[in-house]
Design a protein around this ligand. Structure first.
Ligand SMILES: [Zn+2]
Length: 278
């Protein structure tokens, strides 16, 4: 009897949980859609005097466990995010190209899985939801140097939100394009992807040790997993303040009708000091 009562109680509890789950508000989408974008300008429209360019954060002192001192911040701070949204260029699903595209995707997925163990990353199907775009192409020769991978960072001001909802506030965002050549062996491609994705996720610099994914000079063996130094460097970066607009929180050029102050979330934790704001 007691057992049956327990079952009934449990069923009642589960029913309650199921109802609670159904009625709970949906979690915010970690990768909201891009609604507006504009170039970052250090001198604001409407300001009589161009604003002094902000100062980049100081280069951190060396630590023996990582290579933080070899990273470079942007003029607007460290190009890091708490959550990254990544779009991967789709490949052919049939025909002769499918085999090669599948190998490229396998290498990318392997590299991405290593980063996902250390950083919240969502793969999205729409470029408008991504900060990182991974392209299946060989980077063009630059400075007379050919390479199999290249990451390019652009800082932009964006508003994100769901269609039909009030757009979020303007915020500075790192946007990264990664070009990854399909013309390598599987392991070499995965090592290149691991390295370039490290740049994409904010590690703009190179390690001085060959066993690290972000090594300036690769060793004889392809690095397929993050080293403890890679992970420690990432942990340090993630503890730094991210990008911040120079001085002005709300630019004068925002359309007032589109701004809903209630929709602006409070800054999480201590607000990062705007670079140059001393
Ligand atoms: Zn590199």
């Amino acid at each position: 009897m007691g057992g049956l009562g327990g079952v009934a109680l449990l069923a009642g509890l589960l029913g309650g949980l199921a109802r609670a789950a159904w009625s709970a508000p949906a979690l915010p989408d970690p990768c909201p859609t891009l609604q507006a974008q504009r170039a970052v300008t250090l001198a604001r429209a409407g300001g009589a005097t161009p604003m002094a360019p902000p100062l980049a954060p100081d280069v951190p002192p060396p630590s023996p466990a990582d290579y933080r001192h070899l990273l470079k911040p942007t003029p607007l701070g460290w190009p890091r995010l708490n959550h990254w949204c990544v779009w991967i260029e789709p490949g052919a699903s049939e025909g002769p190209a499918a085999l090669w595209d599948g190998r490229w995707r396998q290498a990318v997925d392997g590299a991405l899985a290593s980063w996902q163990q250390n950083l919240p990353i969502t793969v999205v199907a729409d470029t408008a939801r991504a900060q990182v775009q991974l392209l299946r192409r060989r980077p063009p020769v630059q400075n007379k140097r050919a390479s199999h991978g290249r990451a390019t960072l652009t800082l932009v001001e964006v508003r994100r939100g769901e269609p039909g909802q009030p757009a979020g506030p303007w915020q500075i965002e790192p946007q990264v394009t990664v070009q990854l050549s399909p013309g390598q062996g599987l392991q070499a491609m995965q090592a290149t992807a691991l390295h370039e994705l490290g740049h994409a996720f904010g590690l703009w610099g190179h390690s001085d040790q060959p066993g690290d994914a972000l090594a300036a000079i690769p060793g004889s063996q392809p690095v397929l997993e993050l080293s403890s130094r890679d992970r420690a460097t990432l942990r340090w970066l993630q503890a730094q303040p991210g990008l911040a607009a120079p001085g002005v929180a709300t630019p004068a050029t925002v359309t007032p009708a589109a701004v809903n102050p209630a929709a602006v979330p409070p800054a999480a934790g201590p607000a990062p000091a705007a670079p140059g704001a001393n």
